[in-house]
Design a protein around this ligand. Structure first.
Ligand code: 13P
Length: 258
């Protein structure tokens, strides 16, 4: 399979979280497909809930939209109640998975080690992976943000080869900016993305770090997407709330280059 990056093409991703019935998902996905039909210089990804994957897959057929799960198990089958395997995702039409979202970490107690298993399993099965990292407000205010992020990146990527990094995207989502309307400033986001890219160039060769896409997530809106996307180390966005509205997400996809 071809790598996930192509000279850091912008990747505009919508994470619908626990929203949409199948009918709502079909309507929203069709509207998003219409909004991005003519865009070829950027990638668009949608992550509906598992139950709506098949419906969305049909709704976006013929478009270049990448369909993604919001999580994935590291095993193909077995006694893993509540989990979804890579093969099941692919069967439903997805070719990507979000892993390590802060809601999985904070609410469901997923550890860095568990998230690393998910990353490894998804890559083994040829899925594209969006690995999310992000610090809490307490951690940032205590001056520990970079330590926390370094741990999340190091452990999350343990055992991931440089070759497999071509099918991986990192998403920096500060926990304090998710669903709060409080976006990181463009300077804060750029500084943190540059830190993460620097760390990647220590863990891998510089070209791996240079080619890796790093998305920003946390209260991305039509009103702030342009300035965020203008930052040199921000290669896309991972959008929650504003991705549930086709007009908002359409404006985000069609961000304007400053
Ligand atoms: P919001 O855009 O609603 O802040 O959510 C961000 C997010 O968690 C995307 O994965």
């Amino acid at each position: 399979m071809m790598g996930f990056y192509m000279q850091r093409r912008p990747l505009m991703a919508g994470n619908w979280k626990m929203h949409t019935t199948r009918g709502e998902a079909r309507t929203l996905a069709s509207a998003v497909a219409a909004a991005c039909a003519k865009e070829s210089d950027r990638d668009v990804l949608l992550a509906p809930p598992f139950t709506a994957l098949s419906a969305v897959s049909q709704a976006i057929a013929g478009s270049a939209i990448i369909l993604s799960g919001q999580n994935v198990c590291w095993q193909e089958q077995g006694a893993f109640t509540g989990e979804i395997s890579p093969g099941m995702l692919k069967d439903a039409g997805a070719r990507a998975a979000i892993v390590g979202h802060s809601e999985r970490r904070q609410i469901f107690g997923e550890s860095d080690a568990l998230i690393n298993q998910r990353v490894a399993g998804a890559l083994r099965s040829d899925l594209l992976v969006i690995l999310c990292v992000g610090e809490t407000l307490d951690e940032r205010e205590a001056g520990k943000a970079f330590n926390v992020l370094e741990n999340q990146v190091r452990i999350g990527l343990t055992g991931v080869t440089a070759e497999n990094m071509t099918r991986l995207v990192l998403a920096y989502e500060p926990v304090w900016a998710i669903g709060t309307g409080r976006t990181a400033t463009k300077e804060q986001a750029q500084e943190t993305h540059a830190f993460i890219r620097g760390l990647l160039s220590q863990l891998y060769e510089k070209n791996v770090a240079d080619q890796l896409r790093i998305l920003y997530g946390g209260s991305v809106k039509p009103t702030n997407v342009d300035e965020l996307m203008a930052q040199p180390d921000i290669d896309g966005v991972l959008v929650g709330g504003a991705a549930l509205d086709a007009a908002s997400f359409g404006r985000i996809i069609n961000f304007e280059q400053e």
